[in-house]
Structure formats: C-alpha cells, structure tokens
Design a binder for this molecule. Structure first.
Ligand SMILES: *Cc1c(COP(=O)(O)O)cnc(C)c1O
Length: 316
C-alpha cells in the first residue's frame, strides 16, 4: 500500500471540504419568477456545509497537538466531526442526546467514531461532552466558534470566484454558525452590501425571536421537525450581525419546509433535510422578503438525517 494511504501518514490535503457546484437553476428560477442560484453544499462528502468549518477547526486542533476530538451533536455537525477525524486519523467521540435517530448514530459510527448517548436534549449531551474534555482533547462546538465561521466563509469565496454578485443570499439558521460564516465570507469578498434572508421554521425560530426581543433570548423548547435548526439560543455573534448588516429574518412552517424538500427532489433530484427546505421554501413560496430581489443565491445546506421515507411521513 502506498505510504500516503496509511493511518500514520494522513493525506496531505489543504482542507477537508470539497468545492461545490454553484449554478443557476432553471426550475427554481421558473417557480420563483426570479433568477435563482444554488450553492450545492448538500454535495459535501459528509452531506452538509458543516464540514467546511468543522474541517478547519479539526485541522487546527490536530496542528495544536490534539489527540482526540469531542463533539456534541446528533446531527450533521457530529457526522462532520466524525468524518474529519477519520480523514485526519484521530479518534472522535460524539455525545448525542437520546432523541438522536438510529440513522444519525449509524452515520457517525460509519466514520469509526464512538457514540455516547446522554440526556434528553442537546444541552445535556453538550454538558457531558464538555466535561469529558481532558488534556490532549479538542472540543468542537456545532455552531459557536470563530474558526468554524472562518471555514464556512469559504463557500462565499467560491461563489465570488464563480459568478457576479447576487442581489440577496438565502440561508437557514439554527444556532447561527452558517449565518456568521456567510457574513464573514460576504465581507471578506467585498460583498458586504448584499442582504441576507435568514430562514427558520416556526418552533425553532430563535433568531427571529431574538431580533424581536432585541437580545438573544432562549426558547423554552424546540417545536419543529427541522431538528438541525433546533438551537434554543443563537450565538451572540449571529445576533450581533443583525445589528450591523441587512438581515431579513423569515419564519416558515414545517409543512412549507417539507413541501420545499419534495419540490427540490422533483427539480434537482437531491434529498435534503427540512432544515435546508426552510431556505428553499422562502424561494418556492416567494415570501414577502424576497420579492424585491431579481437574482438570489440559496445556500443548499444539505443534511443527511432525513430520508425519503421521513419526508413522505411528514408530508402526509
Ligand atoms: C447545522 C445545520 C443548519 C443550521 O446551521 P447553524 O450553523 O446551526 O445555524 C442548517 N441546515 C443543516 C442541514 C445543518 O446541518
């Protein structure tokens, strides 16, 4: 076996994400009555944009001498950390709450990571994960970390290299890591004047509620099927961006998100989670906040925890 493929010699890659396609979708443009561009993060190897920031964070941790990675997400962040650990030949432990699906646990284990099940919600799983961090361990937060945002920003670098600026960018918001990353990318590419349409589902609308309250409030509970948007409180930095950049906060229903996933399968032949369907719904259902813009770019953030069967179930 060639030496670069062995476990002791990690592949000499500059980053763990791949460059994804960015193109104008005829079908979505037609449905929406405006030019709709798609940044296809659903095609990242672990299935979502998360690997951009997580990959950078894990590489830096290994450079600093970390010998194990610990995370606390039963969703796409946990899967991305597990993927990064395997690529970097370093063990990974992911603490997930009891609500995590068998599918998500299997996807984490498929990357050779250890899964620890603990607590009724992410908060409890996260508390255990943080308490497990010992000497030589690095903790990878799913959304609240400046390195994560810097890594996520690379998707905007690719968009700026590939095409002219859109009039607005549409994305989903959970804890706000994607939002912070895209904003960092907009500002470092001279696109700081481009407004962002930040979409959540009702029941997971922690950013919308924070904007209303004037500070990052904590939701008492999550009541949405879009589990990847289920952060009860957004990162402070995500809230702060709403005070210094034009961000339109939009809330759609679970049904709108699921319908958008179904339409997306018809139009682009790709399955995404309702978390991603939320952003797509803003376009398909031409929400008020989008109407002023002729050319919009949607971050198709992806997500692997929902299957076709789940979507059918939710849709009926
Ligand atoms: C994590 C995730 C989100 C939300 O990202 P945040 O950084 O938490 O705002 C949206 N969609 C998918 C598919 C995700 O995995």
């Amino acid at each position: 076996m060639p030496q670069y493929r062995t476990n002791t010699q990690p592949l000499p890659m500059s980053h763990l994400h791949i460059q994804t396609p960015y193109f104008e979708s005829r079908a979505l443009s037609h449905s929406s009555g405006r030019s709709v561009w798609l940044k296809m993060e659903a095609l990242q190897p672990p299935g979502s944009f998360k690997i951009r920031g997580v990959g950078l964070k894990c590489q830096e941790a290994v450079k600093q001498g970390a010998t194990r990675l610990i995370s606390s997400s039963g969703g796409n962040a946990g899967i991305a950390v597990a993927y990064a650990g395997r690529q970097l030949s370093i063990p990974v432990t992911v603490v997930v709450p009891e609500t995590t699906t068998d599918r998500a646990k299997a996807l984490i284990r498929q990357e050779n990571a250890d899964v620890v099940v603990h607590g009724a919600s992410w908060q409890e799983a996260n508390a255990l994960a943080v308490s497990m961090v010992g000497a030589g361990d690095a903790f990878v937060h799913p959304f609240d970390d400046a390195l994560l945002w810097r890594g996520h920003a690379s998707m905007v670098d690719e968009m700026a290299q590939a095409a002219d600026a859109p009039d607005a960018i549409v994305l989903s918001v959970g804890g706000g890591g994607l939002l912070c990353g895209v904003l960092e990318g907009l500002h470092r590419n001279g696109w700081s004047g481009i407004p962002v349409i930040a979409v959540e589902t009702r029941g997971a609308d922690s950013l919308a509620q924070a904007v209303k309250a004037g500070y990052p409030i904590e939701l008492p509970a999550i009541q949405s099927i879009a589990s990847s948007l289920g952060a009860r409180q957004v990162a402070q930095q995500a809230f702060d961006w709403t005070t210094r950049h034009t961000i339109h906060s939009v809330v759609v229903s679970d049904q709108q998100a699921v319908r958008a996933c179904e339409s997306f399968i018809q139009d682009q032949r790709i399955v995404v989670e309702p978390a991603c369907g939320a952003a797509l719904a803003a376009v398909y259902d031409h929400v008020e906040e989008i109407r002023a813009y002729q050319k919009v770019a949607v971050i198709v953030c992806g997500g692997v925890t929902a299957t076709l069967a789940h979507l059918k179930n939710w849709g009926s």
